[in-house]
Design a binder for this molecule. Structure first.
Ligand code: ADP
Ligand code: MG
Length: 386
């Protein structure tokens, strides 16, 4: 898929040519899970898969969106509605992610006008690889240029996040949108989710003879979204009980004392994950900056155990994927994203990539699970070879 596919789709859906096509990639988070809404650090890296949004303005103040991936009708445009009629909760289903960006721009004081948008994407949906942010960000980039908005990428990320939080109603943190707009290939983005300060950290996998593999379980357990909200509110309660603005402010050196003060064992485990995970992000960033890429592996695995045992958001499929990858020679592996399904990642010596892929697929089959999807996230050359 390329920009032409989205432009062709646009022409077919709307019977005219788009004014342009804008692109935003999916991401995978190397380390730093559930740290973003605790105002801590994350370390995402870009995927060689993108969402493209083709767009053209209309003179009547109305808006329409269409997606090649619309499960209810590929490429079928939504009914044209007045931009001013967009309200949170008024647009069910996938169009909310795209129209939410238009609403969010207007709400944030950035006047736009009527527009037709067509999206086409390679980012697997619902796999923890952030197809939602890729969609929002491709649309946000389109709007910025079509309507000449003076917005930085950081500001666009906030607009896109607001769309997902308030218009779609998903309480996601800022990582996905920042990653989609700011990650560059061959690097990971060290992002402070509190200040939005960020810097590119070299992630030279190819030079180190390594491949980052994505193990998509292709399951998504129902529990996922309620657990996300539950964990998020647990973190907020814990921060309030500890008298800090967010769990990011708990120093790892003070963790034992903080846990003792909380009393509640479950809450203490949630805090332990967030605080130790924050330290792992900084450790991985330091290792990458020192070109010690292989040493990142064990940190990822410790991160998985923390998510499984302390934050309790893993599931059988993710554990099977991680264990099988490690058993077949991965240097490290962990679940990524919200948990209860979605994907895991594994850091793998290039020559073990096929063995790891086969081991994961074999373990799923032995456990009676639906076949997973396994691919290399980076370097891109590994993807083409596989
Ligand atoms: P993830 O971001 O991990 O892929 P989410 O649940 O956050 O998972 O977002 C997935 C949802 O985003 C899909 O169910 C769909 O509503 C919407 N979406 C993402 N990409 C597209 C697309 N290309 N076309 C239509 N809807 C999309
Ligand atoms: Mg998402």
């Amino acid at each position: 898929m390329n920009a032409t596919a989205a432009a062709d789709g646009f022409a077919e859906a709307y019977g005219r040519a788009p004014e342009g096509t804008w692109s935003a990639p999916g991401r995978v988070n190397l380390i730093g899970e559930f740290t973003d809404y605790n105002e801590g650090f994350v370390l995402p890296t870009t995927l060689p898969f993108s969402t493209r949004a083709s767009g053209a303005r209309r003179g009547d103040g109305r808006v329409r969106v269409a997606s090649a991936q619309n499960p209810g009708g590929a490429g079928e445009a939504t009914e044209a509605i007045e931009l001013s009629a967009l309200r949170p909760g008024s647009v069910p289903g996938w169009p909310g992610y795209a129209l939410g960006v238009l609403w969010s721009l207007e709400e944030s004081g950035h006047a736009i006008g009527g527009v037709d948008v067509y999206v086409d994407s390679e980012v697997p949906m619902g796999a923890g690889l952030s197809s939602s942010a890729a969609l929002e960000c491709s649309v946000a980039l389109a709007m910025r240029e079509l309507f000449g908005l003076e917005l930085s990428l950081e500001q666009l990320a906030l607009v896109a996040q607001r769309a997902e939080n308030e218009f779609v109603g998903v309480p996601c943190g800022i990582m996905d949108q920042m990653a989609s707009l700011l990650c560059v290939p061959g690097h990971a983005l060290l992002l402070d989710a509190r200040s939005l300060e960020h810097r590119q950290v070299p992630f030279a996998l190819g030079e180190a003879g390594l491949v980052l593999m994505v193990l998509d379980t292709r399951v998504r357990h129902e529990l996922g979204s309620s657990a996300y909200a539950d964990r998020r509110s647990a973190c907020e309660r814990a921060a309030a009980a500890l008298g800090v603005r967010a769990l990011r402010d708990v120093d790892p050196a003070d963790l034992d004392e903080a846990e003792a003060r909380l009393g509640d064992r479950e809450l203490a485990r949630r805090v332990r994950h967030v605080v130790t995970e924050g330290a792992r992000v900084l450790e991985v960033a330091r290792l990458l900056e020192q070109s010690r890429v292989a040493e990142v592996g064990p940190v990822l695995t410790v991160g998985h155990r923390s998510l499984r045992d302390d934050f309790e958001v893993s599931c059988v499929e993710l554990d099977v994927a991680v264990d099988a990858a490690l058993g077949a020679g991965a240097l490290g592996a962990r679940m990524v994203g919200g948990g209860f399904g979605g994907s895991a990642i594994a850091l793998v010596p290039s020559e073990r990539a096929d063995a790891v892929g086969a081991a994961v697929t074999g373990a799923f089959s032995a456990a009676g699970l639906r076949s997973p999807r396994v691919f290399a996230a980076a370097p891109e050359s590994a993807l083409r070879e596989r």
